[in-house]
Design a protein around this ligand. Structure first.
Ligand code: OGA
Ligand code: ZN
Ligand code: ZN
Length: 414
């Protein structure tokens, strides 16, 4: 079976291959592959390269990989970083390698192809399995990007749930219509995805006018554009707001702004202010008592938090929940306020205005969008009541991937 092509892994063979090694310049160090570090394969007509060190570490045999735990169990203390392939033999659907450490590994071609190191394949995997690519939007396009599904579809159809979660991750907002009028209806959606993130406001929370409130959201006055809970280091990723009863009077309207759009705009047109918002840490805070439990939450972070690629990881923004301690140098205070003010103005300029209806569940990315609400009048014949729950992005992305594997099964994903 493995007699089709026996390749002695010699330098002659390696040298005869095209030079496709990429040079990567990072942190003032130039990294590049030596030809002898890579296995060259042609899989269904495509020339692909795999580093030997990676291949050896990702051996799928029962000594190196636990099938039911789907986890590597290889003993790192015995791992040879400079392991060599003594012999490589290919069959129709797989390749077998005899290693210099005496071990033998076999790799299925679909499995390898799925993990190919080409930039195109890495991009495809990133966007189809890792995390769907976000698309930014301006408020004028809100009606086009807002994806709506009926509650019965979301709880009854995996295809509908997948589509809805996918849109939520791409645009950071999606809507559920015709939710049953029950305080537990939102649980049906949560259960389909995973579980809620509990905070000091409860496993779920009720947004309703309360006179001596523990949080300004529980007033009927204007709720300025904000993210919820910026004072959490592990900030809940997504809000699910079930409008059990929406106010029948004027007001109580939603304002939503995609900060990825705003931040990109600032980066392009106001780079100095953008830098202040990405670099200067401020302190987010929530201090008080809820359900008889006292809390004192503080978290320091910039308004725009970037990851190692310079992409936005998280937005923090809240007028009421930013503390009065400014942790940075005094010289930065005024410039930071100016940048903050510009961010505020731009978000209002780019925001979408709409009014959720009774029976809607409005879901939005709490670390990407700003949300707000206009003031409303609360009286005995005009009540407004929202049941809210938070779900982390870890759970949403996990559900998306599980559904993707189940609904669009492709050999080699796992
Ligand atoms: C909140 C909130 C929105 C609304 O409670 O934090 O943003 O429509 N509520 O009342
Ligand atoms: Zn093995
Ligand atoms: Zn809020």
């Amino acid at each position: 079976m493995f007699a089709l092509r026996i390749i002695k892994s010699t330098n002659n063979f390696v040298n005869s291959l095209p030079k496709t090694a990429r040079k990567i310049h990072k942190h003032n160090v130039l990294y590049n592959n030596k030809p002898e570090d890579l296995l060259n394969l042609v899989i269904r007509g495509e020339s692909l390269q795999f580093p030997y060190v990676w291949l050896r570490e990702n051996c799928q045999c029962e000594h190196c990989y636990h099938t039911s735990a789907q986890s590597r169990i290889l003993d790192w203390s015995k791992f040879d970083l400079n392991v060599k392939a003594n012999e490589v033999s290919e069959s129709e659907n797989s390749v077998r390698i005899q290693w210099s450490d005496g071990h033998t590994s076999q790799y299925n071609f679909n499995w390898l192809k799925f993990r190919s190191f080409t930039p195109e394949n890495q991009k495809k995997y990133t966007e189809t399995i890792y995390k769907p690519k976000k698309e930014t939007w301006h408020g004028k396009d809100f009606s086009n990007i807002l994806y709506k599904r009926d509650y019965s579809d979301i709880v009854g159809s995996e295809e509908a749930l997948y589509e809805w979660l996918h849109k939520l991750s791409v645009y950071g907002v999606a809507l559920i219509k015709n939710t049953p009028s029950s305080e537990t209806a939102v649980d049906g959606v949560v259960d389909r995805i995973g579980f809620t993130k509990r905070t000091h406001y409860g496993i779920k929370f009720v947004v309703q006018h309360v006179q001596n409130t523990s949080n300004v959201a529980y007033l009927s006055s204007t709720l300025q554009l904000h993210t919820d809970l910026p004072y959490y280091e592990y900030c809940p990723g997504t809000n699910l707001l079930h409008y059990l009863v929406q106010t029948v009077s004027e007001g109580g309207e939603n304002l939503l702004s995609d900060c990825h759009y705003t931040a990109n705009y600032m980066k392009q047109h106001h780079p100095e202010q953008y830098k202040l918002l990405t670099d200067v840490e401020v302190e987010w805070s929530d201090i008080g008592t809820e359900f008889g439990n006292d809390f004192f939450k503080l978290h320091r972070a910039p308004v725009i938090c970037l990851d190692c690629h310079g992409e936005i990881e998280r937005i923090n923004f809240s007028i009421p929940q930013r503390g009065s301690h400014f942790p940075g140098p005094i010289e930065l205070v005024k410039p930071w306020y100016e940048a903050h003010s510009l961010f505020w103005d731009l978000n209002h300029q780019f925001a979408a205005k709409f009014k959720a209806e009774s029976g809607d569940i409005l879901a939005f990315n709490n670390i990407r969008l700003l949300h707000g609400r206009s003031a409303y009048e609360d009286s005995s014949n005009n009540v407004r009541k929202i049941i809210g729950a938070y779900i982390d992005w870890d759970e949403i992305y996990s559900r998306l991937r599980c559904l993707k594997v189940k609904l669009k099964n492709e050999d080699g994903i796992c």
